[in-house]
Design a binder for this molecule. Structure first.
Ligand code: AMP
Length: 211
């Protein structure tokens, strides 16, 4: 099954899709993580993407589509995938449609107030990208990742000014995908405002009905 998580930045796509990837054994394809990895490695793609990411803008479609195409061509992507953060524009959705059959879009919903609060308390492992929340998903040792002992950081684009921009960009460029996928009868709305385990249970229920 090919699953897409859609929703505003900070709504919990990353946490849920990572967990789901563990239970379904599908690869978790998160374009934000892939781009950040390229930035750290200072690849040509990373150097091009960095300026857009730092300001909370989207990286140009051509760059992201090429990166995702390469990832989808690998053997482990043939029996089901979880896409997190892609597509984020209609142009990306159109390209994706040419490459794979999408089975379901899970549209996570929460108010801007909840989203801003979550992002301000989000800490991310610099090494493995696992995401923590200072209240709900606390690391055992403050400042360090439980999985790999990497440093926990606040991403530059999780700081207030960039978050404001990212939400604007989401409403302008990504939110139209809700109608786009509704028309294709693939979209299911899920209330993302609860605790991580509660939202995960809702997602599992939706997927059970689909299978
Ligand atoms: P995320 O970790 O998904 O919040 O993504 C972090 C940043 O990476 C975004 O604010 C964008 O700058 C960039 N990005 C991630 N996915 C995409 C995408 N599908 N299209 C364009 N830019 C993206």
């Amino acid at each position: 099954m090919n699953i897409i998580f859609l929703g505003a930045p900070g709504v919990g796509k990353g946490t849920l899709s990572h967990k789901l990837s563990g239970s379904l054994h599908y690869p978790h394809i998160a374009t934000g993580n892939m781009l950040r990895e390229n930035v750290i490695q200072k690849t040509t793609l990373g150097l091009e993407a960095k300026k857009f990411m730092d300001e909370g803008h989207l990286v140009p479609d051509s760059v992201v589509i090429g990166m995702v195409d390469e990832r989808l061509s690998r053997a482990d992507a043939k029996n089901g995938i979880i896409l997190d953060g892609f597509p984020r524009t209609i142009a990306q959705a159109e390209e994706l449609k040419k490459k794979i059959k999408i089975d379901i879009i899970i549209n996570l919903q929460a108010s801007d107030e909840i989203i801003v609060n979550r992002i301000s308390k989000r800490r991310t492992c610099e090494s493995c990208h696992f995401v923590y929340h200072l209240d709900f998903i606390k690391p055992n040792r403050e400042g360090y990742c439980d999985k790999c002992s990497g440093f926990l950081i606040q991403r530059d684009d999780d700081k207030p000014e960039a978050v404001k921009k990212r939400l604007e960009v989401y409403y302008a460029k990504t939110a139209p995908l809700v109608d786009y996928y509704k028309k294709e009868h693939l979209l299911v709305n899920v209330d993302g405002s609860g605790l991580p385990d509660e939202v995960f249970a809702l997602v599992e229920e939706v997927l059970k009905k689909k299978r």
